[in-house]
Design a protein around this ligand. Structure first.
Ligand SMILES: [Zn+2]
Ligand SMILES: [Zn+2]
Ligand SMILES: [Zn+2]
Ligand SMILES: [Zn+2]
Ligand SMILES: [Zn+2]
Ligand SMILES: [Zn+2]
Length: 525
């Protein structure tokens, strides 16, 4: 048995120290003062992760120590920023949205910009020379509305790094691109983009490098909101090293410059892989699998995909139509072609599962469906849906998300319905996107605010049992505090920080209500 070791030496003065750096758990200090004095030197050495390679997982990141929820993994700036592939018109200089029908065009390349200043800006001049070679205007967006042509801009900016920023080019060239698969698959968008730079805007780009750069962009980008409110995508040196899991343990946030911050969403054990989700965590199994194989060229075998019940949510499984006692589960070994009822053995093909889901989604998608129904009827609709699906299934989630958007009315029954829905969404989040994640933060905030609404309307309409009020308000405050903890981790200049104001204002309102309830009872005494 190990005997207690002597205290390690303080990183700053060498004296024995018992304090450990909270992030890397490696550096020791004799006092907080010495930790502070050492912080400049320690910053570059302080890491709680490392990059490792394995034959089945490829190059990826893993924890080098126990990492707690909210702990910083790293922050980094992009090496490449550009519009998303399908973008509304956007200025190539400043990335503002262009909304006027008679928009300005760059005098040289004729792409939409917001002014001459932007046409001459540093971020546009290099690409302008190349784009100007498209004399027939094949790639140039002509009208307001979404256009897939912005795909070309990010690709071009990537190709130009070779000349303008050799260091970033080297990083880009080392990234995973699956270019052989892209070439072989004959993807029409991929082929058109390559052709544009080999045949239309001929600038001597190497065809193989074009395949590589587009593949890298498709596989490694992250989308963020710019300070102009437009969606942009960016490429990062380290971010790409996160592997994928449909139940990620890392939460990524970005500020309006595109700088990203990666933090632990949940407790991560030493040596555990650090994972983000490349696809939506609230997508059903077949959609996640399709997206991951089409874009990222692999079949997901994460913990969630390997559990046919998806952690007991039955998120993708319909109820068995024969025995009604169990759910149809994917038949295992990673295949989703056959679905089987555990109880009666009924077999479904994937197409039957998809049919059932799309029937329901079509029914609830009718935009006037919700508006015409009373709250009582809507409550029944939710119950009826639970006859066909588990309460944590994807279809009821879609329906209740629509419901939250559509139901009007600030009265007790509507607040009660909303409360039930938010509680249900929290349960889903806790299973599929747990920990300190933005989605969970939003749900917690909405749940807290809704309970506040339940109490207020309940008192006004004399619907609520008054002795229940203090515990309900206490519960709402706990949800809000947890939401606050999550949003405080967002970068200072991110849009998400604004949620903190809303959280505080509901919290203050609840405390005021608690005070007035207390005064009310004191008066009664
Ligand atoms: Zn010291
Ligand atoms: Zn450290
Ligand atoms: Zn502009
Ligand atoms: Zn131009
Ligand atoms: Zn998965
Ligand atoms: Zn059955």
């Amino acid at each position: 048995m190990a005997t207690p070791t002597a205290m390690d030496a303080c990183n700053y003065c060498g004296a024995p120290g018992a304090l450990k750096c909270g992030r890397c758990h490696a550096a020791c200090y004799c006092s907080r003062d010495h930790q502070r004095l050492d912080s400049g030197d320690h910053r570059d050495l302080c890491k709680n992760y490392t990059s490792v390679s394995s034959p089945d997982l490829g190059e990826h990141l893993a924890a080098t120590c126990l990492i707690l929820p909210g702990n910083l993994i790293f922050s980094e700036n992009p090496i490449l920023v550009g519009p998303v592939a399908y973008s509304d018109l956007i200025c190539l200089g400043c990335h503002s949205a262009i909304t006027e029908e008679d928009f300005s065009k760059c005098p040289d390349c004729k792409w939409p910009v917001c002014s001459k200043v932007c046409a001459n800006s540093k971020s546009h001049w290099a690409e302008c020379d190349v784009l100007a070679k498209d004399e027939l205007g094949i790639g140039i967006p002509q009208h307001i509305g979404q256009t897939p042509r912005y795909d070309l801009i990010m690709l071009l900016r990537g190709l130009l790094l070779k000349e303008t920023d050799p260091k970033s080019w080297k990083v880009l060239m080392a990234m995973q691109s699956h270019k052989e698969i892209w070439k072989k698959d004959n993807d029409p968008f991929h082929a058109a983009a390559v052709k544009y730079f080999t045949e239309v805007c001929k600038c001597g780009f190497d065809e193989d490098e074009i395949h590589h750069v587009r593949g890298v962009i498709m596989t490694n980008c992250m989308v963020f909101k710019s300070d102009k409110g437009t969606s942009l995508r960016a490429l990062y040196p380290q971010f790409r090293l996160f592997n994928h899991s449909c139940i990620p343990n890392i939460h990524i946030s970005s500020n309006s410059d595109g700088e990203i911050t990666a933090r632990a969403a949940v407790t991560i054990q030493k040596n555990e892989q650090l994972c983000i989700s490349y696809t939506g965590t609230m997508e059903p199994l077949w959609q996640r699998q399709k997206y991951l194989s089409e874009i990222y060229k692999f079949q997901c075998q994460c913990k969630r995909c390997s559990d046919p019940t998806e952690f007991g949510t039955y998120f993708s499984s319909p109820r068995c139509p024969d025995c009604r006692r169990s759910f149809m589960l994917p038949s295992g070994n990673g295949s989703i072609n056959w679905w089987i009822c555990e109880t009666c053995g009924l077999r479904y093909e994937l197409i039957d599962v998809l049919q059932e889901v799309s029937d329901w989604l079509n029914r609830i998608d009718m935009s006037d469906f919700i508006g015409k129904r009373t709250v009582k009827q809507l409550n029944k609709d939710v119950d009826r849906m639970h006859d066909s699906f588990h309460p944590l299934h994807y279809v009821p989630l879609q329906f209740t998300q629509n419901l939250l958007r559509e139901i009007k009315g600030e009265n007790y029954v509507t607040f009660k319905l909303r409360q039930e829905i938010w509680e249900n969404h929290l349960e889903i989040c806790d299973k599929l996107e747990p920990g300190l994640t933005r989605r969970r933060g939003m749900v917690l905030f909405n749940l807290g605010a809704t309970i506040n609404g339940v109490v207020k309307s309940g008192i006004a309409e004399k619907e609520i049992y008054l002795p229940r009020v203090p515990s309900l308000l206490q519960e709402a405050k706990l949800f809000l505090l947890e939401a606050q903890r999550i949003f405080q981790l967002e970068p200072k200049t991110s849009r998400e920080r604004h949620w903190l104001y809303s959280i505080t204002s509901v919290y203050d309102e609840i405390e005021a209500m608690e005070r007035s309830c207390q005064e009310g009872t004191e008066h009664l005494e």
